[in-house]
Design a protein around this ligand. Structure first.
Ligand code: ADP
Ligand code: MG
Length: 699
């Protein structure tokens, strides 16, 4: 029963390949497939037929509207719904959806971030159908995944550079495969499986916390007596309320063709994870956006709120998104699969070391791709991974690379066969790596796991960066191989050189240790501690050069992303500071003063009773509370003052972002310390906010 049910709901709301084959004329289907599989341009006539079939199917599914669904630089998705109706002269309507409407939309772009790209008088923006990601029906609407650009053609979204980067990597990887003698692969796609972490808390408690409502994280809150120290939540049994949430979440995902696979409790109390089966980067990115949206909506149906913020609770593990990434060919190879024969190992080692070189040389760009104010609480703060990018390869692969470096590469060439000192080694078992949970970029058997990405972020940026930097290294390798007289020997040489030059980025030890920070500095690895410092990578010349070279982002597009990131930083911290002030002044301060007043009244009452009772304890407590209240009040005033100054900086985004980081953000911790102290003093029935204990342990 279960099985039958599952296979009938899976993908039932998706206009997928099977449906297209069934509902489209053969020639149209073939033409569309060519566009999807081979990246060929789309014919307008084909779009017309597809639109009509899509509309009929969507209406059968109960849809009344369609929307061009896109991913502006806010990091979330956007949609504007249009109904299918078209009035007729006899006062009725017919349902229409043209090829033109499928291919192109014209949302007003003026209210989306553009980082100065779009003058307000050029408000027009365009959305263009991305036929490589299937359309679907959700909430009575046909959703058409699209890319979003300005009137002048600049990318204003997360999808456009991602698609461009996939093409760039495809082109370079195929060049290399051809040179290595592969005659069957015609396409290389990058694949991604994003593991999504999240918290669930009770909606009634959530509603009492302005900080969660406005900022997604708690700005006040002392540590509860119990945290995650017993590690009893990780993989623990699922509570009924949680498991019924997860069941519904799975089903909603499956209907949309999202292959939700794994679910479990995470390390922190109230923290959980969902991982889908990987798919192409483009689809995985769309699906991850959908998954986050579904999580929030399904949670509400269960009286819960899903928190996707990177650090909802201080002192408790935050949430990330492990971006499992690899490259695969359309002749069925995973290019990061170690393989069994030496020849395949050579190919594997070439692609493996290409990634190593890319990550080493563009660590700053990769770091920037995971930089958000929310993620600043995780990276390089008191939890993993650190802000230093390094690669975990595991013992076995590291050993192979060491052997190559020690001369294996020069001595292993024999009878036209390619060897990189690998022939002498045992065949690699599938899981050649042990686990290292502390590494930001870990090889895990047949893929790399980029673990820096924040839980609320789109995986668009990390992946377009990853694709592009690897594409660039592959491009340089291809150039060398094309010129080489002896390709095999050149491969050997390249791998050797990369090991020699880029091995500094490989680190198999504990990334959380203090020694690593010192060691990394010795190795010259960048340690970029916050978003304001990180996003400069988008305007660094070396990085812009490769983005432009591979047609992923132009200079103006990169400059605008830099500005948008800084603006976003300022706005986020500003909202947090304002929220903090509101809570401090209107909730915490009045409650604390009331408590102090009650205490004073009690002291007077006891004195008036005239029994000569010892009131020193009450008096001490009153004194302590009053002192903290005084300090709290003073720090409110300081934060207000700093905020006014920072907000007034208008000439320079970078300068303003620095002020928010160095003045506002730092002073917020000072104010918080007083607030949390008051929480520990004021009586429970008088405290106006649900505590950490309430929120983390009550579901
Ligand atoms: P773990 O991180 O615990 O090893 P899994 O082995 O289940 O977990 O893999 C985590 C994620 O990696 C899953 O989403 C899985 O689909 C994805 N994954 C597996 N193989 C690949 C691949 N070749 N490319 C991209 N992602 C992959
Ligand atoms: Mg993992």
């Amino acid at each position: 029963m279960e099985n039958l049910n599952l296979s009938s709901i899976y993908g039932s709301n998706v206009f997928n390949d099977a449906l297209m084959r069934e509902r489209l004329p053969k020639v149209v289907y073939k033409a569309l497939k060519k566009t999807i599989d081979e990246g060929l341009p789309l014919d307008a006539g084909v779009a017309e037929v597809v639109a009509s079939a899509m509309k009929d199917w969507a209406i059968e599914k109960g849809a009344t509207h369609f929307t061009h669904w896109f991913q502006p630089l806010t990091g979330i998705t956007a949609e504007k719904h249009d109904s299918f109706i078209s009035p007729t002269s006899d006062g009725k309507v017919i349902l229409e959806f043209s090829g033109k409407e499928l291919i192109k939309g014209e949302p007003d772009a003026s209210s989306f971030p553009s980082g100065g790209l779009r003058a307000t008088f050029e408000a027009r923006g365009y959305t263009a159908w991305d036929c490589t990601s299937p359309a679907f029906v959700k909430d009575s609407t046909l959703y058409i995944p699209t890319a979003f650009c300005s009137y002048t053609g600049e990318a204003l979204d997360k999808k456009t550079p991602l698609l461009r980067s996939m093409e760039a990597l495809d082109k370079q990887a195929i060049r290399i495969l051809k040179l290595l003698g592969n005659t069957t692969a015609t396409r290389v796609t990058t694949t991604v499986g994003p593991e999504q972490e999240y918290f669930l808390i009770d909606k009634e408690l959530y509603d009492l916390r302005k900080d969660l409502i406005y900022t997604g994280r708690t700005l006040f809150g002392g540590k509860p007596p119990k945290g995650q120290e017993l590690e009893d939540h990780y993989f623990g049994t699922l509570k009924e309320r949680i498991s019924s949430f997860m069941k519904e979440l799975d089903e909603e995902c499956w209907k949309l063709g999202i292959a939700a696979k794994t679910k479990h409790n995470e390390v922190a109390p109230a923290q959980h994870e969902l991982a889908p089966i990987f798919s192409t980067t483009n689809i995985a990115t769309d699906h991850n956006q959908l998954t986050m949206d579904i999580m929030k909506k399904v949670a509400l149906r269960h009286g819960l709120v899903c928190l996707l913020h990177e650090k909802p609770f201080a002192g408790v593990n935050g949430s990330g998104k492990h971006n499992n990434w690899s490259m695969s060919t359309n002749d069925g190879q995973n290019l990061l699969e170690p393989g069994r024969t030496p020849h395949e190992n050579a190919q594997f080692l070439l692609f493996l070391t290409a990634v190593v070189k890319a990550v080493d040389e563009y660590a700053d760009l990769l770091r920037a791709s995971a930089a958000t104010p929310g993620n600043d609480h995780r990276l390089g703060a008191n939890e993993a991974p650190p802000a230093i990018i390094s690669i975990f390869l595991g013992e076995q692969l590291s050993d192979i690379l060491t052997q190559i470096e020690n001369g294996g590469a020069t001595s292993s060439k024999k009878g036209g066969e390619l060897k990189i000192g690998v022939n002498t080694l045992p065949v690699l078992p599938k899981d050649s790596t042990d686990r290292n949970r502390t590494s930001p970029f870990a090889f895990t058997g047949n893929k790399f796991e980029f673990r820096m990405v924040g839980s609320s972020a789109s995986i668009g940026a990390p992946n377009f960066v990853l694709n592009t930097i690897v594409a660039d290294v592959l491009c340089n390798i291809a150039e060398r191989l094309e010129k080489a007289k002896d390709v095999d020997a050149e491969v050997q040489k390249i791998v050797y050189e990369i090991v020699k030059n880029n091995k500094r980025v490989i680190f198999n030890g504990n990334n959380y240790s203090d020694e690593w920070i010192v060691e990394a500095e010795k190795r010259g690895l960048p340690n970029i501690r916050n978003t304001v410092d990180a996003v400069g990578a988008y305007i660094a010349e070396k990085n812009q050069k490769i983005m432009i070279k591979h047609g992923v982002l132009s200079k103006v597009e990169l400059d605008s992303r830099y500005e948008i990131n800084l603006e976003n930083y300022v706005k986020t911290i500003n909202i947090e500071a304002l929220t903090m002030l509101e809570m401090a002044k209107r909730q915490i301060l009045p409650a604390s003063i009331n408590f102090a007043g009650d205490l004073a009244n009690s002291i007077n009452a006891i004195k008036a009773a005239g029994v000569g009772a010892d009131i020193s304890a009450e008096a001490d407590l009153l004194k302590e509370v009053s002192q903290v209240i005084a300090s709290f009040k003073k720090n409110i005033a300081i934060l207000e003052d700093k905020l006014a100054k920072a907000a007034a900086i208008s000439d320079d985004n970078y300068k303003q972002a620095c002020a928010y980081r160095d003045e506002i953000f730092t002073h917020m911790s000072v104010l918080r310390a007083d607030g949390d102290k008051l929480e520990s003093l004021v009586g429970e029935d008088q405290w106006p906010l649900p505590t950490y204990g309430d929120m983390l342990f009550n579901v």
